[in-house]
Design a protein. Structure first.
Length: 225
């Protein structure tokens, strides 16, 4: 599976991603699709689940799930979406896709950071404990080398981004509530690379989290550049 802040979806972008990675599940943040009814996103061979902003032209989440995987149920809000899947071997999995906008974006829309974080938390922590769970997305949160304690174990991490932002304690607490390991830069792997580069520098703000600490993140440095 893959995850990307697509910064505006298009048929060309989806086709290039599929040709390059042949994904079974693709989580997209910032589709920038409006809330209009009747223009639902479609992609051949995949079930598409969306969460759009009711107002505005940015934000938006989408999850593309190959038809060989059964979408059993889904829920969400404009900050997070969650899908329960039936796998071919009979097991069930939960995939959660998150886009938490920066403080500045929330302030412009007169939305409190606390309300947005609580909306994310409601969806992320709703995963059934019996399911294998992966959560991914753009949290716009810098947590340095912090790591959550999951089942009394804290998996050490390294990262090229050593800074922490005010959201870091909440993010670590969220991971602990949902029993999710941060896979970016986990022990035995290279330091987590920067996932965003802008005029003010580079940072790690996109994460892959899992209930299974054995999973590994692979990065496409061309996409991250």
């Amino acid at each position: 599976m893959g995850s990307i802040n697509i910064a505006g979806i298009s048929d060309l972008k989806l086709e290039l991603l599929q040709q390059a990675y042949q994904f079974d599940i693709l989580c997209l943040q910032e589709t920038w699709l409006t809330g209009a009814v009747g223009d639902e996103l479609q992609y051949a061979g995949f079930t598409v689940v969306e969460q759009r902003r009711a107002k505005g032209t940015h934000g938006g989440l989408a999850m593309l799930v190959q038809n060989s995987l059964r979408v059993l149920s889904h829920q969400g809000n404009e900050y997070a979406q969650q899908v329960q899947l039936g796998l071919p071997d009979g097991q069930r999995a939960t995939i959660t896709n998150v886009y938490l906008p920066p403080h500045t974006s929330l302030n412009r829309r007169h939305i409190s950071n606390s309300d947005a974080q609580q909306a994310v938390e409601r969806i992320v922590t709703a995963a059934p404990a019996s399911n294998f769970t992966i959560t991914c997305g753009d949290f716009n949160t810098r947590c340095g080398t912090r790591a959550p304690r999951v089942e009394h174990v804290r998996m050490e991490r390294t990262s090229l981004d050593l800074r922490e932002c005010p959201r870091a304690p909440w993010f670590i607490h969220l991971c602990e509530l949902a029993e999710l390991h941060i896979l970016n830069g986990k022990g035995g792997q290279p330091p987590a690379p920067f996932t965003f580069t802008g005029t003010r520098g580079s940072s790690v703000v996109d994460y892959l989290l899992s209930t299974d600490s054995r999973h590994v993140v692979e990065y496409d440095t061309d996409l991250l550049a």
